[in-house]
Design a protein around this ligand. Structure first.
Ligand SMILES: Nc1ncnc2c1ncn2[C@@H]1O[C@H](COP(=O)(O)OP(=O)(O)O)[C@@H](O)[C@H]1O
Ligand SMILES: [Mg+2]
Length: 320
């Protein structure tokens, strides 16, 4: 079913309040890291009791996060072009495939074929797993491990939504959905959950842990950056569940030096930021990463040098 989610300013405020309360209750429930760990700066793989960790697929990053991203987190991956955001997503997906987590992979930047090709160079063979493209005209033969939503998949869903809305709604409310509408994305993700078999009959909440990757979310408000906050909220409310751990890529606008999606950083449980030294001064590409924020956990506060190595992918070394 397709729902026309239009949210007014007042409703948005109410939802914000609700979301805040929900987040607060979550942090009360989770155990706080022990005092000595806070002071020492985490170097060892330690787990906070009562908190399930989700591996990032990068050993050094897992260590820097006391074992991984807290389950159910929404993690914004921010940075300029070429800093390694998409490769970070590939690692996160690969770790999920190995762990048996169903995966929803939204890619607006490249065709998934290119993602698979890129992954292979780093020693991650996605083709060992059952991949289902939502734009496919055939039903999946068996439950896939990963459902791909690329621009063609979004276009297909947008068309279906436009048709079904036009059928039963008065002409004044008729609207056409675009591939890069946040509502289209929401419906597409819900479809993907269905294909992955993680929803109960008629339900909206995955009953199994799912990894959601959106590369990139900024694409959905590229022509209207002022809407970033509202759209992020809409998406979070429609999609965020305890059983969904998400990576959301946000492009960094080089010209303004601000993210196209400051709204996203605002609602994210975690922010991993990537950047590079000024290439004109250094005459070299030198990349860095820092965990700017991660709720419910202690994390390394220093930056890392990011190397992208064939056969391995991202390799991190601490910058002290
Ligand atoms: N096989 C490879 N070996 C080494 N570096 C690579 C390889 N493939 C890609 N890279 C590096 O990764 C960069 C792209 O990373 P990517 O995650 O796509 O960036 P972003 O998504 O932030 O724009 C390329 O510019 C290149 O420097
Ligand atoms: Mg990218």
């Amino acid at each position: 079913m397709v729902s026309d989610i239009e949210i007014s300013e007042e409703e948005l405020q109410e939802l914000e309040e609700e979301l805040k309360k929900f987040e607060e209750s979550k942090s009360h429930k989770a155990e706080q890291p022990k005092r000595e760990k806070v002071e020492k700066e985490v170097k060892v793989y330690t787990k906070t009791p009562g908190l399930t960790r989700v591996s990032t697929g990068i050993l050094e990053l897992d260590e820097a996060l006391e074992g991984g991203v807290p389950k159910g987190s929404w993690v914004a991956i921010t940075g300029e072009p070429g800093t390694g955001k998409s490769i970070l997503c590939i690692h996160f997906a690969w770790a999920g495939l190995k762990a048996g987590d169903p995966i929803v992979y939204v890619t607006t930047e490249a065709e998934f074929r290119d993602v698979v090709r890129q992954a292979k160079i780093f020693g991650m063979d996605f083709e060992q797993f059952n991949i289902y493209d939502i734009s496919s005209s055939r039903e999946p033969s068996e439950t896939p491990s990963i459902v791909v939503i690329d621009i063609f998949g979004l276009l297909k869903i947008a068309r279906q939504m436009s048709e079904s809305i036009s059928l039963d709604v008065e002409s004044t409310r008729k609207r056409r959905f675009a591939a890069l509408d946040i509502q289209t994305l929401t419906v597409a993700i819900h479809e993907a959950y269905k294909v992955l078999g993680v929803l109960k009959e008629g339900g909206k909440t995955p009953i199994k842990h799912v990894r959601l990757i959106i590369d990139s979310l900024s694409a959905f408000w590229a022509d209207k950056p002022a809407m970033a906050r509202k759209y992020s909220y809409e998406l979070k409310i429609a999609t965020h569940r305890e059983n969904v751990t998400a990576y959301l890529v946000s492009q960094y606008a080089m010209t303004t030096k601000s993210t196209f999606g400051f709204g996203l950083e605002h609602i994210a449980d975690g922010v991993i930021h990537l950047w590079m030294d000024d290439v004109e001064t250094k005459k070299e590409v030198i990349r860095y990463m820092i965990i700017k924020k991660m709720r419910l956990t202690n994390h390394a506060k220093h930056a890392f040098r990011v190397e992208i190595v064939p056969g391995k992918g991202v390799v991190l070394t601490p910058v002290k």
